[in-house]
Write a protein that binds this ligand. Structure first.
Ligand code: NAD
Ligand code: TYD
Length: 340
């Protein structure tokens, strides 16, 4: 089996590559990644010498480049993780989100149509469903929940999902889509909630909580997401959407307090800052379909996963310190400098 994994130098894509190379030693995995600010070549260093792995620096919007790579590699499966993924950045500058997340997805699928493929899998997000109210804990996102997006990020991901389903219906492209809840774990870029709070707490810096910290996210350990995608690309039905999430809803403020506790840092570091524009209140996935059809269940409990994650950030300080010492400082100043 030959698989092209796009966005494999990012958080979830890299974890997926590690999972696949370990579980399927005979598969050839080609990582296609533009290495944007979120892509980190050093993340992949443990697999660079694996003869079944190849890294190609390429933009998924580069049509000629993508077509040339498909011609050369003749992939059986394409798994598209490549995306601009941070909501706050999408609020500042939506353009690149439309380009990568929508045009890039179409470009990849055009290549799939031209060269033939067994499966194109789109890694999507629960954010395409918009949000749920805090006072209705009985409500969950199912695959039938209408798309109703809030941010430029989620709108671009929803647009891509619609294109994927349209390519299936119009051209018969063998597609599948997974819509997962918030992931956490190793190699998570430190602009996102959990790694940002771990890094700041370790540096005794303020922990910037948006609004009152009451927003709820449904957290899943990244390996469980990778296992779900592995199952879908091998056994999932063509043309189908699968929600992925582990019924692990938590308020942001509770996560930040837990991180303080685990690291032995005082809660006085917590600083309430101006809310995110259009901030989604609650995400909550109903994973019944993937459980019933494919037998998927999350394996890592949050209490264990967060400990493992914190330990990883303690053991791999070089990885994130290098990131936050560079261009990231400019971003951090812009987003948090005088945010009140
Ligand atoms: P990330 O930002 O950590 O990584 C994105 C990767 O894509 C980076 O390596 C980057 O260099 C690459 N990339 C960006 N633009 C590119 C382009 N034009 N061409 C080629 N490569 C490009 O993102 P992540 O958190 O790993 O998310 C991966 C996917 O999973 C995204 O599609 C995201 O929407 C989706 N998702 C993420 C979460 C989450 O909690 N992080 C949850 C559900 C779904
Ligand atoms: P994030 O990790 O950006 O993921 P998403 O917005 O895609 O769910 O944010 C998770 C939650 O944490 C979200 O409700 C926004 C909040 N948040 C903060 O309160 N402070 C921060 O500095 C960040 C980055 C996020």
């Amino acid at each position: 089996m030959r698989i092209i994994v796009t966005g494999g130098a990012g958080f979830i894509g890299s974890n997926f590559i590690f999972h696949m190379l370990k579980k399927y030693p005979k598969y050839r995995i080609v990582c296609l990644d533009k290495l944007t600010y979120a892509g980190n070549f050093s993340t992949l260093k443990s697999v660079m010498d694996n003869p079944n792995f190849r890294f190609v620096k390429l933009d998924i919007c580069d049509r000629a480049g993508v077509f040339a790579l498909f011609k050369e590699e003749k992939p059986d499966i394409v798994v598209n993780f490549a995306a601009e993924s941070h909501v706050d950045r999408s609020i500042e500058d939506p353009g690149v989100f439309l380009q990568t997340n929508i045009i890039g997805t179409a470009t990849l699928m055009d290549a799939c149509r031209s060269f033939g493929i067994k499966r194109y899998h789109q890694v999507s997000t629960d954010e395409v469903y918009g949000d749920l109210p805090l006072d209705r804990p009985d409500l969950f996102f199912t695959e039938q929940t209408p798309i109703h997006t809030s941010s430029p990020y989620s709108s671009s991901k929803a647009s891509a999902d619609l294109l994927v389903l349209a390519y299936h219906r119009t051209y018969g492209l063998p597609v599948s889509i997974s819509r997962c809840s918030n992931n956490y774990g190793p190699y998570h870029f430190p602009e996102k909630l959990i790694p940002l709070m771990i890094a700041n707490a370790l540096n005794d810096k303020p922990l910037p909580v948006y609004g009152k910290g009451e927003n709820v996210r449904d957290w899943l350990y990244v390996e469980d997401h990778c296992k779900a995608i592995d199952l879908i690309i091998h056994k999932g039905r063509i043309g189908e959407v699968y929600n992925v999430g582990g019924h692990n809803e938590m308020k942001n403020i509770d996560i930040v307090k837990l991180i303080c506790k685990e690291l032995g840092k005082p809660e006085s570091l917590i600083t309430y800052v101006a809310n995110r524009k259009g901030h989604d209140m609650r995400y909550a996935i109903d994973p019944t379909k993937i459980h019933n059809e494919l037998g998927w269940l999350p394996e890592t409990k949050f209490a264990d996963g967060i400990k493992k994650t914190i330990q990883w950030y303690l053991d791999n300080r070089n990885w994130w310190e290098e990131i936050i010492s560079g261009e990231y400082q400019v971003y951090y100043q812009k987003m948090y400098g005088d945010r009140k």
